[in-house]
Structures are given as structure tokens and as C-alpha cells.
Design a protein around this ligand. Structure first.
Ligand code: 5AD
Ligand code: SF4
Length: 475
């Protein structure tokens, strides 16, 4: 087993000392400067942005969503598909206007996109508006990097290749109203699916120690959090790098044992690490939601093999059957890529037939996007963008039809939900989630946010359910 790289508590303390120095400097005039954090991509990035905000709050910054009001702008980027990168570059380029209007404004770009050397170079050359660039491995020392820019008045680029480390103790400013929280349990990915940039930019799999995770979960529950989502790029391979043999199912059980009324969810799971023990544990732990996001990516054995997914169609179907045997009410969602290099009509038909067979509750569908440096980027591909779009449209239509049918089946049922926020709309003013994670719109008093309720489902569409709160239910 390789030595785990740890960023020590002392190193984080040093960063907090730098936060204190920045605080002295920027609040000296009696004003509270403002920062803006703009996040792209997955939940892991959302969780990272909570750390960036935690540091910024310690530095004394307030927060704004208006780039013309911000003294510091941090753009936390994603590299999974080209589309997200194009959006980032467009939006970063447009910051020229706010920087002109607000001299001294600092623009930082961080996250997966800039961990790719060619992207860091592109920003260095073509985006002079950017003062600071740092990759995901440098996030823990964001205060030191920002301090260098502020005191040195020079551009700072820090995104050296790295296998990654585990840093504990970074302050967090969590999103939302405290009802739901992300909890990262591991970082990185070892799978090297042939299309995916993640292992190159986020480093190798590394798990947090169970004690640190449990302590964070306990604190969340004590603060009133009712819904904890355990996060990892490949969450169910948790523990493989730990010395004491704790696996992901054990971790769920330990969190389930924390007293209090709350739910546990997790994402994203890889089929190759989805075990019977995991399904048994999910079924046995009363706080664990019967919800599984299990990306299949393709229904064709030929494509799965070239994607390096380490399972075939049959194995996936067996896994789904096993999971449903333990949890007949399982809500199952997936990711699918269409237009992988050389994906034929027949391969695509296999994907359609797998989706018909499984009947996912929701499917997240993507057109393949070439990522520089991945094996798939050099695979020959005779198919056109129009072929891929046609397949994408057909798959989306199938996904929407099945989601709508599954939602319709809830009508008339009574379900437990957690009311987790207000919608801002007059007719259905509250948003809630079922144990399976389906969105239910409700009408009710805003003071119910943060409470569990029993609701009768009265209507539905492709994306959501609509319900009425059961008044006789004891809160
Ligand atoms: N092109 C398109 N989709 C991708 N994904 C990952 N890499 C690519 C890519 N190069 C999708 C996968 C993954 C989800 C997060 O993004 O479906 O599960
Ligand atoms: Fe990418 Fe595959 Fe890792 Fe998911 S499991 S992050 S698709 S390499």
C-alpha cells in the first residue's frame, strides 16, 4: 500500500494565519470587501467551493453574486466535457468588463480545467484578466496563493501534476439552509475509463479516515442537518487505500449509528465496486436511502470494453436485479454517453434495449466529448456529429418517457419526504425530496422547511411530483 499523503493540521493552521493577516489588511479601512465564487460541474466541485468560501469568510470577505461588486472572483471549473470548458472561457473573458469598472479586482480560476497543462497555458497567454490559477491539489493553500497575488501584485500559476493528498480542517461555509449537506469521503479516481479526464486532474483514490468523516457527520446532525450526501468520484471504492479494512458499507453503517433523525445518500457508485454487502447494508440501515446512482455509460459490450468499464451488460443487469431484490423500492439513476468513438447503430440499439430493460428513474445523458490526453481521444471515429445528435435525441426521448411513467406510478401513493426549501413560486411554494430522492412540490407554511412530512402524491410530470401534506401526520 502506498503511503497516504496528508496535509497536516499545522499546514492548515498556517493557511488560517494567512487568512487572519489578509483580514487585517482588507478590513483596515472599516469596510467589508466582497467575493464571488462561481462553480461549474459536479457535486465534488460544489463541496470544494464550500471550502473556498470558508477560507474567504475567514479572510473577512462578504459574498455577492454580482461580478461588478466583487473584489475577488473565484471561478471553480470542470473539465469533464468541452461544453463546460467553453462556457468557463467565455465567462472568464467577459470579466474584462467588471475588472475595468473595478480596478484591483482579482480574478482566480481553479478546479479541474486548469489542472490540464494546455488549459493553464491558454489562460496564461490569452486571458490576461486572470491573476491566479490553481489546480484542485492546491485548494488547501488558496489563502497563501491569494496573498501572493495581493502583496506581490503579480500573476500566480500553481497547478503542478500531483497524485493528490487528503487535507482535514479546512473551514467550510456550507451552501443552503442547513437542511442538506455534502460530505466528501474520498477524492480522486483510479479507474481510467478511456473517455474520462477525472483521474488525470483529480489524482489517485484516497479515502478520508473514518473518524474524521464520522466527526463531521455528527457535527452536521447536531447542527440540524437532515440529509447527508456522501461524495466521492467513485464513492463505493471507499477504504481500499486504508489500513484498517473499513469499506464503504461499513462506513454507511457507522454513520447510520449516529443518533438523530436524518438520511444518508451517496454518489457516484461504480458498478465494478457495487457489492452484495453494500446492497444488504443499504437495506438494513434505516437512515440510508434506497437510492443508487449507478452509471452504466453504454449497453453495448463492445463499447463497454473500449471504455474500460470492467463490466459487461449482463453483469450490470445482474447487479440491478440483486439491488432490487434487497430494495424493491430502489430509485435507480444512471449516466450514459452516446457517440463514443466508433459507436455503431447496433451498439446504440443495445443501449436503448438496456434502458428499456432496466427502466431507470432518471438518466443523465451526454454526447461524447473528446478529452486531450485520454485513450479515447485517439480512437478512430467514422460517425458524424449529426449521427450522435440523432442518437442523443432518441435516448433523451426514451429517458423522459420512462421517467414520466415512473412518476405517474407514484400518483395516489403516500410517501415520506424531507421539506428542504422554498421554490419562490406562489402555487407550489415548498420543495421536498422523497427517500428515493425524487423532487416533490408542495404547498405549506415555510416554517416546515427542515421537517420530514408525509405527503400524498396528486400529480406528476417527467421531472417532478406534486403532492399534499397529510395534515394528520405527527411532526
Ligand atoms: N464525454 C462525455 N461525457 C463524459 N462523462 C465523463 N467523461 C465524458 C466525456 N469525455 C460523463 C459520464 C460520467 C459523467 C459524470 O460525465 O457519463 O458518468
Ligand atoms: Fe471518470 Fe470513470 Fe472515474 Fe467516473 S469512474 S470519474 S467516469 S474515470
Amino acid at each position: 500500500m502506498k503511503q497516504r499523503q496528508i496535509v497536516s493540521i499545522d499546514q492548515i493552521r498556517q493557511q488560517e494565519e494567512i487568512c487572519a493577516q489578509i483580514f487585517e489588511r482588507i478590513t483596515a479601512g472599516g469596510q467589508r470587501p466582497l467575493a464571488m465564487v462561481d462553480t461549474y460541474g459536479c457535486q465534488q466541485n460544489e463541496a470544494d467551493s464550500e471550502k473556498l468560501r470558508g477560507y474567504l469568510a475567514e479572510m473577512g470577505y462578504g459574498f455577492t453574486k454580482d461580478e461588478f461588486q466583487a473584489d475577488v472572483i473565484v471561478v471553480n471549473t470542470c473539465a469533464v466535457r468541452e461544453h463546460a470548458e467553453m462556457r468557463v472561457l467565455g465567462n472568464v473573458g467577459a470579466l474584462n468588463h467588471s475588472k475595468k469598472a473595478r480596478p484591483g479586482q482579482i480574478v482566480a480560476v481553479c478546479g479541474c480545467m486548469v489542472q490540464q497543462e494546455h488549459m493553464a497555458e491558454k489562460i496564461k497567454k490569452s486571458y490576461p484578466v486572470v491573476d491566479l490559477v490553481f489546480g484542485p491539489h492546491e485548494l488547501w493553500r488558496f489563502p497563501a496563493l491569494l496573498d501572493q497575488v495581493q502583496t506581490g501584485r503579480k500573476r500566480v500559476f500553481s497547478a503542478a501534476p500531483s497524485e493528490g493528498a487528503v487535507a482535514e480542517g479546512i473551514p467550510l461555509q456550507r451552501d443552503g439552509n442547513g437542511v442538506k449537506a455534502w460530505l466528501s469521503v474520498m477524492y480522486g479516481c483510479n479507474n481510467f475509463c478511456s473517455y474520462c479526464i477525472v483521474p488525470y486532474v483529480r489524482g489517485r483514490e484516497r479515502s478520508r479516515m473514518p473518524g474524521d468523516i464520522i466527526a463531521e457527520a455528527r457535527a452536521l446532525v447536531a447542527q440540524g442537518c437532515r440529509d447527508i450526501t456522501l461524495l466521492g468520484q467513485n464513492v463505493n471504492s471507499y477504504g481500499k487505500d486504508l489500513p484498517d479494512g473499513v469499506d464503504f458499507a461499513d462506513l454507511i453503517r457507522m454513520i447510520n449509528d449516529i443518533p438523530g433523525e436524518f438520511r444518508i445518500r451517496f454518489m457516484t457508485s461504480h458498478p465494478k465496486d457495487a457489492t452484495e454487502k453494500l446492497f444488504q447494508t443499504m437495506a438494513a440501515c434505516e437512515k440510508c436511502c434506497h437510492q443508487l446512482h449507478l452509471p452504466v455509460q453504454s449497453g453495448s459490450d463492445r463499447v463497454l470494453k473500449r471504455m474500460n468499464r470492467c463490466y459487461d451488460r449482463e453483469k450490470y443487469l445482474q447487479l440491478v436485479a440483486l439491488a432490487r431484490r434487497y430494495m424493491p423500492d430502489l430509485v435507480l439513476t444512471t449516466d450514459i454517453i452516446v457517440g463514443f468513438p466508433d459507436e455503431s447503430e447496433e451498439d446504440f440499439e443495445d443501449t436503448l434495449s438496456l434502458c428499456e430493460a432496466v427502466r431507470f428513474d432518471a438518466m443523465f445523458t451526454f454526447i461524447y466529448s473528446k478529452r486531450v490526453g485520454t485513450p479515447a481521444a485517439t480512437m478512430p471515429d467514422p460517425y458524424t456529429r449529426a449521427d450522435k445528435q440523432r442518437h442523443f435525441d432518441a435516448l433523451t426521448a426514451l429517458a423522459n418517457r420512462i421517467s414520466a411513467e415512473k412518476h405517474r406510478a407514484y400518483e395516489g401513493q403516500t410517501l415520506r419526504v424531507l421539506i428542504d426549501g422554498e421554490t419562490g413560486k406562489d402555487d407550489y411554494n415548498l420543495a421536498s425530496r422523497t427517500d428515493g430522492g425524487r423532487l416533490v412540490h408542495l404547498k405549506g407554511d415555510p416554517s416546515l422547511v427542515g421537517r420530514f412530512a408525509e405527503v400524498r402524491i396528486t400529480a406528476s410530470n417527467t421531472w417532478a411530483l406534486y403532492g399534499e401534506i397529510n395534515e394528520s401526520f405527527e411532526f
